[in-house]
Ligand binder design. Sequence first.
Ligand code: PLP
Length: 293
Amino acid sequence: MWVFLNDRFVRKEEALVSVFDHGFLYGDGVYETIRSYGSRIFMRDQHLARLRRSAEAIGLTIPIPEGDWPTLLHEAMRRNDVGNDRHDAYLRITISRGEGEIGLDPSLCPKPTVVIMTKPLQPLPARLFEEGVALTVARTRRNLPEALSPQIKATNFLNNILAKRESIAAGTFDSLLLNWRDELTECTISNLFFLSEGALRTPALDCGILDGITRGIVIQLAQEEGLAVQEGHYRLQDLQQAAECFLTNTSMEIMPVGHLDSLTIGGGKPGPVTRLLQARFVAGRTRFLEPSA
Ligand code: PLP
C-alpha cells in the first residue's frame, strides 16, 4: 500500500507521523472521506471544498495547491490499484496541524502534516440494505456547535466515537445523537432522513450536524421527484410518527432504518420512498461524478 505523506508517496511501513504531531496530541486537524465509482471520484470538488472550509475554520492553511488535488487523488488510486473496473476506491485525506512542541498554540507547528490513504471500498452487506438497520438513541449528545461545530470535519472524533461505543454495546448498527435541545441531529457518520405526513424531513443544519454531501444530493433528488422536503427541528416523537427512515453518507449512499431502540419504523422494512430514492440515486449517479479522464 502506498500512502501520500506531505510531499511524496511512501510505502505504508514508512508512512509514519511524529508523536509530537498535534493531530496525535490534541486531535488538531481536519479530514475528508471520499469515494470513487470506478475511476471517477464522487463529488470531488464538493469534498475538496468542504476540506478547505474545515481547514479555514480552524485556521489551518492547506499546503497543497488546490489544483494539485485531483492529480494526487488519482495517483493514490493508481498506485494502490483501486479506482478502476475492479475496485471502487475509498479515499481519506487527513491534514493535521503538524509536528511541534507540546502546547496548544498552533504556531508551534510550522508545517501541517498531509496524508492521503486509499483502499478498496468495502460495500456493506446487501442484507442491511434489504432489511434496514437498527439504531440506538445515544446518551451522548452531539457537540454544541458553539463549542465544536459539527460542520468542521475534525480529526477529533471523540463525540462520535463515544456514541458509537453505545451502539456497539447495544448491538445495533449505529447511534442517533440528539442535540442540547433534545432535537434529532445525525448518526456517527451519516445524516438522518424520515418520512412523515407526506414530507421527507431531515434535521436543519443549525441543529448541529455535518452538511453531508449525500444529504444535499438526496434533497435534490427528492425535490426532482416532486416530494416535499422539510429541513427542520425535530424530536424523537416526530420519528415515532415516521412511515420511513434512512441514513445517508458517501460510502453507503442510502441506508434504510427499520428500528430505533424498541420502536419499529414503517413495519421494520425499507419503504417505497426510500426505495425510490435509492433507485434515483443509482440512476442519476453519473451526474455527480468527475468527468472521465
Ligand atoms: N455526518 C457525519 C458526522 C459524518 O461523519 C458524515 C460522513 O462522514 C456524514 C454525516 C455524511 O456526510 P457525506 O454525505 O458528506 O459523506
